[in-house]
Design a protein around this ligand. Sequence first.
Ligand code: NAD
Length: 256
Amino acid sequence: MSTYVVTGAASGIGLVTTEILTGRGHRVLGVDLAGSDIDADLSTAAGRASMVEDVRERTDGRIDAIIACAGLSSPTVATVRVNYYGAIATLEGLRPLLAGSPAPRAVAVASMASLFPPDEELLSLLLDGTEDDAVARAAELAADERAGQIYGTSKRGLALWVRRQAATPEWAGAGIPLNAVAPGIIETPMVTDLIATDEAKAALLQTVPMPLNGIAKPEVVGNLIAWLTGEENTHLCGQVVFVDGGSDAVLRGAST
Ligand code: NAD
């Protein structure tokens, strides 16, 4: 039995992943704003720090896997705080607790929206600037028609952070495969309004083509995360795995 920490565990992909893991006999400590094991607001520094402390206390400082799943899709600064800084604080804050595990693993949940053109200024602030400066840039975007770029840029940043970190001494050097998943459209509360009618669904699939089997259930992502964080994954490292019914293949084609 392994001990997992799953953020965003009260709903959608995080909830279903938790159910898959507990169904296999693992222990899962869920983290969410409310309705899971540990209440924490990952949009704030205080919430991130209290989450790490709570996990440490409840596990005697020893866990086996981190799944940073909590996220928002609203075109607001909170999305930058949770999707990028909250996810990184989760991964970095909990990484020392993996040290005693025989098979430590970590996964971040990015998105196929990371393929959309980012706001380059926000992206470079995420990767090399401060949270305050990135949030200030996101506030500028949120004020006009560029607001829609916030979500995809936050996920592009997270995916690139995983690429940059995975092969470092702190992750691969410490025996920890660090990867990301990039889901397409997944049937969860996050997209309920977007897929409420057949017309809305068809319009969404114009922007996010999913030629293989269309919109997916959260189990599809949960099963992939379970494999990436399981003992079998000894060498998959630094990958952003698109689980998107072919969106990536359509949108990027054969160019990369
Ligand atoms: P969801 O809304 O069902 O679940 C997201 C969870 O994150 C919620 O329980 C929410 O309370 C939690 N959360 C939000 N802000 C938080 C905060 N400040 N602190 C702690 N927890 C917070 O949505 P979902 O679809 O299950 O999303 C899970 C992840 O998958 C997200 O990162 C999302 O961006 C990503 N994703 C979803 C889709 C999709 O189509 N549903 C596609 C690509 C990526």
